[in-house]
Design a protein around this ligand. Structure first.
Ligand SMILES: [Zn+2]
Ligand SMILES: [Zn+2]
Length: 299
């Protein structure tokens, strides 16, 4: 969690940005002012970024982009970089390029989207989801492909399969033929396929059903938690959620962990805020800048 504040940065909370590090690559969700420095503090190299997903065109979510893109030029990046966001993101990147006159050696592929499956990485995909804010805004759902089931060595041995390359083939879901002509199918030695990991990023938004539906079975839901429930009206006017509303969404979806973010700069002390949410959903964390969550592979 690189930046967990909303609207205005404070000494303890930077503007919104979340990095997802997986198998040597980094995906970035939003890029508030100061994101490149926060990445440095977190020990994450911006050179490892492969794609950036911008939720909407409010300044607190994308003013970190120009500086970050400039630094990549200084670091002589060559690999292309993908940027996804709502309509308008292209013009923003273009005018940035024109105004500060930088011409990167690396390709920046900007794709505007109004929702749907937008990106396929190796072993995962990212989907964009329109949510309910004051301007057009997207939530993002990151989901890994299913993994093959557990490999039962004992079963394989009983079937007379020699240890080695045939094990490997079966593990990858392929049939193997033994010396005596028998065919062994993967399902003879593997358990049922295991789900991949799922993370939902929904900042900024009023509570909305589509987030609850898409967060079913998520390992982590990062949700707008800008206000205390005492400010429900203000949250609604400004297109945000209270921590209690966020907790209800998490409960509907049954996520493993709810991470509250986009905290209003008015709260320097957040224990009371967290407690409001914990009453509704005990698996809730209120994120601090630079907090990290490890998501284990599902069994
Ligand atoms: Zn915001
Ligand atoms: Zn906003």
């Amino acid at each position: 969690m690189l930046g967990t504040g909303g609207a205005i940065p404070t000494l303890s909370r930077s503007l919104p940005s979340t990095a997802l590090k997986r198998e040597g690559e980094i995906l970035l969700f939003d890029c508030g002012e100061g994101t490149q420095l926060q990445m440095k503090k977190a020990g994450l190299s911006i050179m490892k970024l492969s794609a950036i997903f911008i939720s909407h065109l409010h300044g607190d979510h994308l003013t970190g982009l120009p500086g970050l893109l400039m630094t990549l030029v200084h670091l002589s990046r060559k690999e292309s970089l993908y940027i996804f966001g709502p309509p308008g993101i292209n013009a923003y990147i273009d005018s940035t390029k024109n105004c500060i006159g930088f011409s990167p050696e690396y390709d920046i592929t900007v794709e505007e989207t109004t929702g749907g499956r937008i990106y396929e990485g190796s072993g995962y995909r990212v989907e964009a989801l329109p949510v309910d804010h004051t301007i057009f805004t997207l939530a993002y759902v990151f989901e890994e492909e299913k993994r093959p089931g557990r490999f039962y060595v004992e079963k394989a041995k009983k079937l007379g399969i020699p240890e080695g390359p045939l094990f490997n083939r079966l593990q990858k879901g392929k049939d193997v033929e033994l010396n005596d002509g028998r065919i062994v199918h993967p399902e003879d030695v593997l358990g049922s396929p295991r789900r991949g990991r799922k993370i939902v990023y929904a900042v900024d938004t009023r509570p909305c059903q589509v987030v609850a539906d898409s967060s079913k079975g998520a390992d982590i839901l990062i949700h707008d938690g800008m206000f205390s429930d005492q400010l429900r009206e203000e949250a609604d006017q400004k297109g945000h959620s209270t921590v209690v509303q966020a907790a209800r969404i998490a409960r509907k979806a049954g996520v493993s962990r709810l991470v509250l973010s986009h905290i209003s700069p008015r709260y320097s002390e957040t224990d009371a805020l967290l407690n409001e949410a914990l009453v509704i959903y005990p698996s809730t964390i209120l994120a601090d800048d630079l907090s990290e969550f490890e998501i284990p592979l599902p069994e």
